[in-house]
Design a binder for this molecule. Structure first.
Ligand code: C2E
Ligand code: CA
Ligand code: CA
Ligand code: CA
Length: 279
């Protein structure tokens, strides 16, 4: 699968360096944004490199600011974390993505999985497992089709606690992905201590991927590591053919990135899922 119109359903995101005044305005309007329904989800496909089929989607939140247009999560997620709004916003993301996945299943669009991102603050909210269970129950989504992407920052505070939460989530049937693999301080230790289903190789290793480079050796080893540990391996940030061919030669199974598709609106995602199904 390759999206025909790369531009369709995508938008330029507002992500400048802010001055103090803009930061203040954003902080304040972020509080009202949830009530005013200003958040939307875009979805980016994960593609099986061998078959070309879409095997999953990552939900990525966007803020449709009335004056500024689409604001990047890189700008407002840190603010939402600081102010604690991330908990409420995160629950909205979870529920919306699960509802949408059920809708796609009802349209006959393959039982593919939907992933959402969980930040550290969300992870440490006291009732995370109950909320996930409640959302699964109320939406009727098969929990096997929900994946939670977390980074190792969640385990920095308390490895044992992180482990017990992840085990409880997996007991619900939910899958857990380690996001941004390789960028933290002790990725291997976390991989050893915590139960994951998927490993997402960070974009930074893909960006400058060239034949006979260090990155090739690192990715090769990470893929072997993932296979040895029985994990699904996803390469993210794949945006050109050279990277794709190298990843193919390394037997990488799943890729995500602009080469296949940017994150798309719900309608554009429905279109590409339909095309995927008919292909
Ligand atoms: P992430 O989880 O690592 O998500 C991948 C980011 O890389 C996304 O940026 C995506 O649009 C971008 N990307 C995908 N393919 C390519 C590519 O080929 N080239 C390049 N240069 N970039 C690519 P986005 O949507 O701006 O999200 C940024 C970060 O914001 C995410 O990083 C994630 O940490 C956070 N985020 C997004 N949505 C949510 C959410 O609902 N909840 C939480 N807690 N965090 C979120
Ligand atoms: Ca992610
Ligand atoms: Ca990532
Ligand atoms: Ca990231």
């Amino acid at each position: 699968y390759r999206s025909k119109e790369q531009g369709r359903g995508t938008c330029q995101l507002y992500n400048p360096t802010m001055n103090a005044k803009e930061q203040f305005i954003l902080e304040n309007s972020l509080r009202h944004a949830l009530d005013r329904d200003e958040f939307i989800l875009h979805y980016q496909p994960k593609v099986n490199i061998c078959t070309g089929e879409i095997v999953g989607l990552e939900a990525l939140v966007r803020w449709e600011h009335p004056e500024m247009g689409l604001v990047s999560p890189a700008t407002f997620i840190p603010i939402a974390e600081e102010t604690g709004l991330i908990v409420e916003l995160g629950e909205w993301v979870l529920r919306t993505a699960c509802q949408q996945a059920v809708l796609w299943h009802k349209l006959g669009l393959a039982p593919l999985s939907v992933a959402i991102n969980l930040s550290a603050r969300q992870f440490y909210q006291p009732n995370l497992v109950e909320i996930v269970a409640q959302v699964i129950e109320s939406t009727g989504l098969n929990p096997q089709q929900l994946e939670l992407e977390i980074t190792e920052t969640i385990a920095v505070k308390n490895m044992e606690f992180a482990k017990s939460i992840l085990c409880n989530l997996q007991a619900l049937g939910v899958h857990i992905a380690m996001d941004d693999f390789g960028t933290g301080y002790s990725s291997l230790n976390y991989l050893k201590q915590l139960p994951f289903n998927t490993l997402k190789i960070d974009q930074s290793f893909i960006q400058d991927l060239k034949p006979a480079s260090k990155d090739v050796e690192i990715i090769n080893a990470v893929i072997a590591l993932g296979k040895g540990l029985d994990l699904k391996v996803v390469a993210e940030g794949v945006d050109n053919e050279e990277q794709l061919e190298l990843l193919r030669s390394l037997n990488c199974e799943i890729v995500q990135g602009y080469l296949f598709s940017r994150p798309l609106s719900v309608d554009s995602t429905t279109d590409i899922l339909q095309a995927n199904w008919l292909q």
